[in-house]
Design a protein around this ligand. Structure first.
Ligand SMILES: [Zn+2]
Length: 374
C-alpha cells in the first residue's frame, strides 16, 4: 500500500463522479452503475481498512451511495481523519498534492443532488493523460492542432466566444473556414444540438440544467453565483436550431479561454503588439514590446493552487523559448480568500528564474510599468 494506490483510488472516484454527474448523484435517480467509481471505492476502502481507518464500518461504505454521502463533500485531507497516526507518518500524505484537493462534489440547494466540483474537474484534467482518453475535448484539441496557425486562432476563438451557437451564427462562420474540412470537423465535433427550452447561464453563457428544485451550470462557481433567472435568459431549442458546446469542450477549452480573451482585449486597448496562441498553443498570448522584448503568457483557470502547481510540474514547467519573461496568469478573483495562491505556485517555479505566477491585475500593472520605461 502506497500513495500511488490512494492516488489511483481517488482518480477513479473522481472519474466516476464526473460520469454520474449527468444524472446528478442522488438516491432518487435511477441507479446507474459506474465501474470506475466502484473500483475507486473498493481501492480506497481497502487502503483505509489496512491503515486502521473506517474500522468495522468498511462494509457500510462499500455501497456506492453510502460512500458518496459520507465522503464526497469532504476535503480529501478529511478522508484520512481516522487513519492511524503511524500509517499517516509512513505514507507522508502531506507530500502528495491530492491531499490538498477540496471536496470532489458539492450539494445543490436543498436537493439531495451532488455535482462534481471545480477541483474534481481540474484534478481529472491534471490526471487525464494517464488514465482518460478519447473524450470530446481531446478530439477537438487534436484536430485543432492539425489546422494552420491562422485557422487555429479563428476556430478556437469562435468556440470561446460561442458557448451556444444558433444555426445562423454557425453558417456565418463557416465561409471563414470553408477551405478546411478539418476546421469544419472541429465545429461538428465540438457542438451538440439541444431540443429543450433552457436558461442561458448569465456568467459563462452555457446552458443551465434543471435538478429537482434548482439550476446548475457546468461550473460550481456559476452554480453558486446564479442570480435570479429571468425570461430574457431563456433559449428555446425546441423552436430554433440551436447548438451548445459539449460539456468537456466548454469546461476545458472554452471556459479557460475567457481569461485569454481578456488579456488580448487589454493589449488591444493599450496598443500593445500581441499574438494569440503563438505556435499553436505553445503559449497562450505573446506580447511584443517596442524594444523587441517578448513576454509569453500561459493563462490558467485553476482555482486550487496545489492542483495548478502539480499540473505545471507534470508539464515540465513553463515551455522554453526566447522570451524575457514568462507568466502563468490566473484570474484576479482566484486569490480572494487565498492570498498565498501565487506563492504556492511560485514555490515550484524557482528553477525558472524569469517565470512567475501572477494574477491578471498584476500582469496589467507589469505591462503598464514596462511600457512607461520604454
Ligand atoms: Zn455557467
Amino acid at each position: 500500500m502506497d500513495c500511488l494506490h490512494i492516488e489511483k483510488a481517488i482518480t477513479f472516484i473522481a472519474k466516476g463522479i464526473r460520469e454520474k454527474e449527468n444524472t446528478g448523484i442522488s438516491k432518487r435517480t435511477p441507479y446507474c452503475y459506474s465501474k470506475d467509481l466502484q473500483r475507486g471505492i473498493n481501492m480506497f476502502l481497502w487502503a483505509a481498512f489496512s491503515m486502521g481507518g473506517v474500522g468495522e464500518n468498511v462494509c457500510a461504505y462499500a455501497d456506492e451511495y453510502a460512500f458518496l454521502k459520507k465522503f464526497i463533500c469532504l476535503p480529501i485531507r478529511e478522508w484520512f481523519i481516522d487513519w492511524s497516526e503511524e500509517s499517516k507518518r509512513q505514507l507522508q500524505l502531506e507530500n502528495e498534492y491530492f491531499y490538498y484537493l477540496e471536496a470532489l462534489a458539492y450539494r445543490v440547494g436543498c436537493d439531495d443532488v451532488y455535482m462534481a466540483s471545480e477541483d474534481c474537474y481540474d484534478y481529472l484534467n491534471r490526471q487525464e493523460s494517464n488514465i482518460i482518453e478519447s473524450l470530446d475535448e481531446r478530439g477537438v484539441y487534436n484536430r485543432l492542432k492539425e489546422l494552420s496557425q491562422e485557422q487555429y486562432v479563428e476556430v478556437r476563438r469562435f468556440l470561446i466566444q460561442n458557448p451556444i451557437a444558433t444555426e445562423e451564427t454557425r453558417r456565418e462562420f463557416i465561409p471563414k473556414i470553408a477551405e478546411s474540412p478539418t476546421a469544419r470537423d472541429v465545429i461538428e465535433i465540438a457542438y451538440e444540438r439541444f431540443y429543450e427550452s433552457v436558461y442561458r447561464c448569465p456568467t459563462c453563457g452555457w446552458t443551465l440544467k434543471r435538478t429537482a428544485n434548482d439550476y446548475v451550470c457546468h461550473s460550481q462557481y456559476c452554480t453558486e453565483n446564479l442570480p435570479t433567472l429571468t425570461d430574457e435568459m431563456v433559449i428555446d431549442g425546441a423552436q430554433d436550431k440551436i447548438y451548445r458546446l459539449k460539456k468537456g469542450v466548454m469546461r476545458y477549452i472554452a471556459s479557460p479561454g475567457k481569461l485569454e480573451m481578456e488579456i488580448v482585449a487589454f493589449c488591444k486597448k493599450n496598443g500593445i503588439e500581441y499574438a494569440l496562441w503563438p505556435q499553436k498553443d505553445r503559449y497562450d498570448v505573446e506580447i511584443k514590446f517596442s524594444n523587441g522584448d517578448i513576454w509569453e503568457i500561459d493563462a490558467k483557470a485553476v482555482r486550487n493552487p496545489k492542483i495548478l502547481s502539480a499540473k505545471i510540474e507534470k508539464d515540465g514547467g513553463f515551455p522554453s523559448g526566447d522570451y524575457e519573461k514568462g507568466f502563468f496568469v490566473i484570474p484576479t478573483d482566484y486569490v480572494k480568500g487565498k492570498r498565498n495562491y501565487t506563492s504556492i505556485v511560485n514555490q515550484g517555479l524557482k528553477a525558472q528564474k524569469n517565470v512567475k505566477c501572477i494574477t491578471f491585475a498584476t500582469l496589467k500593472k507589469y505591462i503598464t510599468e514596462k511600457v512607461k520605461q520604454l
